[in-house]
Design a protein around this ligand. Structure first.
Ligand code: PMP
Length: 386
């Protein structure tokens, strides 16, 4: 028998109260009862996005939210700049191309953060760029991009700035209004500790104004329709039937996040990532990236002589722990351990202890317990600091 545990960068495990919120009897989405819940959710989302502006709730995965941003904020034939330093930066480019935008790819070597000056140079060379698309936490490489600095650069141009914060929001410091980001996409299955299925999109007044002149075929994804319902006179609403159960679960999860306190949640993610990183390095393993490492996921180079899937399969089949292999061109080169959402110090210690056994079994020359010890020391220090 194994207990099944997820230590992936999403979907994540659900807190018991979020789990049970999903099994409540269905409520009709046009009732005052649901609309009051939706009102609370919309309000609390503003807090998490650090915005006074609107946060739209679409029944879609994160990719749907990204597509909706390009569809609403630009017209076919317009130019967008996509910052490509991993699978998800590349996803912006693929969406743009499939929606017939002219895509300029700013290629960033995987494992490195983008240099804002490179974005400034692209904007100078191509002033027709209507939208810059970036990523907060690049889940495929474990890199955090400098969104605050990028926003400064983009705000000095004619373009809008859209950020994929699907894995990063809630886990990393993020200030939508203060930094001046125009569209922020999040998903429910990571920091928000809910099942996958809602795209949450913070949208600036500037973006709302700009999108009025855009002509792009869309119906279900219309931000205009979503905004109209959100600002309905009595209580906020959605234009189409939303994923009711997920909204109810999100309501519960937001209460947990706000009760813990957003800055405490950020600190928790940071501590978990620092502790795991120390343990991994103490084992003699190498991180994929040494700069701007994400509090969401630790991306580890696969030791020589094995494939990443040898490790992930053993973790899952022998121990019941879901960690995951790499993505895209680094699928076998790395494996990834997530520590986002409903995750604590014990989860990290347990995953690392199990990883040590698995590596030893695969004949990787590590010293049992040395990773765990380093991680324990980080936790101990943080307790002593108080
Ligand atoms: N962007 C990032 C940074 C992600 O981590 C993910 C999901 N792993 C996505 C986009 C895509 O989200 P979804 O799978 O919900 O479409």
């Amino acid at each position: 028998m194994h207990k099944y545990r997820i230590m992936a960068p999403g979907p994540v495990e659900l807190p018991p109260s979020v789990l049970s919120a999903g099994s409540q009897p269905m409520i009709h989405h046009r009732t005052p009862q649901f609309r009051q819940i939706f009102k609370d959710v919309s309000q609390n989302l503003k807090h998490v996005f650090m915005t006074e502006q609107s946060v739209l709730v679409l029944s879609a995965g994160g990719t749907g939210g990204m597509e909706a941003c390009i569809a609403n904020l630009t017209s076919p034939g317009e130019t967008i700049l996509t910052i490509c330093g991993g699978v998800f930066g590349e996803r912006w480019a693929k969406i743009g191309e499939s929606l017939q935008r002219k895509v300029i790819r700013l290629e960033v070597p995987w494992g490195y953060k983008v240099d804002p000056l490179a974005v400034a140079a692209c904007l100078k060379e191509s002033p027709e760029i209507a939208l810059v698309c970036g990523t907060l936490s690049e889940t495929s490489t474990g890199v955090i991009h400098p969104i605050k600095e990028l926003a400064k650069v983009v705000n000095g141009s004619n373009a809008l700035f859209a950020v994929d914060a699907i894995s990063g929001l809630v886990a990393c410091e993020f200030f939508m209004d203060e930094w001046g980001v125009d569209a922020v996409v999040a998903g429910t299955q990571k920091g928000f500790m809910c099942p996958p299925g809602l795209a949450l999109i913070g949208i600036s007044e500037k973006a709302i104004e700009t999108m009025k002149s855009k002509q792009s075929p869309k119906f279900y994804w219309s931000f205009e329709a979503a905004l109209k319902s959100l600002k309905a006179d009595a209580l906020p609403d959605t234009p189409w039937t939303p994923n009711v159960s997920l909204v109810v679960q999100l309501h519960q999860a937001l209460e947990l996040i706000l009760k813990e306190g957003l800055s405490n949640v950020w600190d928790r993610h940071l501590l978990l990532s620092q502790a795991l990183r120390s343990g991994i390095e103490a084992l003699g393993l190498k991180l994929f990236s040494n700069e701007a490492t994400s509090p969401v996921v630790t991306v580890i180079r696969t030791p020589e002589g094995v494939a990443s899937t040898d490790i992930t399969k053993k973790m899952l089949n022998d121990w019941g722990i879901s960690i995951i292999a790499g993505q895209g061109k680094i699928k076998q080169e790395v494996f990834r351990i997530g520590h986002v959402g409903y995750c604590d110090r014990s989860d990290v210690l347990m995953a690392l202890a199990v990883l040590e056994v698995v590596l030893k079994e695969l004949q990787i020359p590590i010293s049992l317990g040395s990773g765990v010890k380093a991680t324990q020391e980080v936790f101990l220090k943080s307790i002593q600091r108080g």
